[in-house]
Design a protein around this ligand. Sequence first.
Ligand SMILES: *Cc1c(COP(=O)(O)O)cnc(C)c1O
Length: 436
Amino acid sequence: MGAGVLRTRPPPGGDPFARLGGVLTCGSHSLEDLANEHATPLYVYDGDRILERLATLRDAFAADGADPGSPGLVVAYSVKANPGLAILKLLARAGAGADIVSGGELHRSLRAGVPAGLIVFAGVGKTRDEMRYGLRSGIRAFHVESAQELDVLGSVAGDLGQVAPIAVRVNPDVDSPTHAFTRTGHARAKFGVSPGRALEMYRFTAEHPFLRAVGVDVHIGSQIRDPVPFVNALDVVLEVAGKVRGDLGIDLEYVDLGGGFGISDGEADELDVRALARAITRRLHGTSLTLVIEPGRFLVGDAGVLVTRVLYVKRSGGKTFVVTDAGMTDLIRPSHYGGIHAVSLVREQDGGPVEAVDVVGPVCEQGDFLARDRHLALPHPGALLCVHQAGAYGFTMSSNYNSRLRPAELLVRGGRVKRVRRRESYSDLIRNEADE
Ligand SMILES: *Cc1c(COP(=O)(O)O)cnc(C)c1O
């Protein structure tokens, strides 16, 4: 690969942002042309890549669909990774369901055409309003995270005269080697309940006229590249499912393994989903349990990039800073989670000799950076940089801090470019404020 490209390994299936004549492209459109037309910072998503990733998961987990012993599969896209309506529609048309964590995500999912029967609702703090909205919409299940929540859900369902389908989110107490903020499956995390508490909650459900147990759920964290913690977590929830059948005589319909399938960030390889799927489906073989998975980042992460223009190159304190027009307000992963994103020049020829640089944004915070201590062909002011693997937890975590305008988003599909969100204007900034 050429100068300025930090990605060491192209993702499997080929790089969706390949170089043509020294310039990065998306679906044969030059990112330079797109940036010139739509201004920077700019998010660009490759819709074909998203569908290819969905197919990869389906192939891996439902490898032998013809075998009557193999489990059914529901891919419930984790909406919070990238909740854009255009992306949700794309996935809904391809038959994906949705894993949601708020009423807002339910609204988006329904609006995008995700069938309610394929929507599962997680989260430790669902409000009564959100429960009512989910019940009225007829979602597949609530993934309940505490005994109090289950009690409240039962009473909300009773008020509506409806039965609430539920799965208990189990905390399997497995360690997952990922950042502390994205590690959710250890005993001291706020998510889920212990297997013992889960059984008590299934017992409560069995005796409640307005609750019905349909599944068991686990989600151990994000950006996990080792199959072992997933398999350990599955073993814990299968044991719970076995006790629910043995003690209460209830056959659950599905087991939900959650999401968190890690992708490559240019430094480490992605999770081997085929190896994971083999281990998982082997354990489910012969049971009547449907498998639900909730991938977010795996589907959209490397299908998106953030394109930004270099404003200045500044040398100070023995360091070289590349100041870009995008910052933590556009992509907060580097400063919030220590997220690593490969950064490369959109046009190879726009750089000088390779140097160690910090790529920093214009926001008035020392923690505002996109990359630190990176070896990059020193870009000329005005050059465009591409920040890779920005399709998940990118735009959706953006903010107006420093009264900055949030960028436009483009979706490229089958060679066609669609602007799926316009860049904000100054009037958008103050739209909801009373000015006297
Ligand atoms: C965030 C989340 C996911 C998706 O995580 P990824 O790392 O994006 O795959 C899945 N399930 C639940 C419950 C989540 O909170």
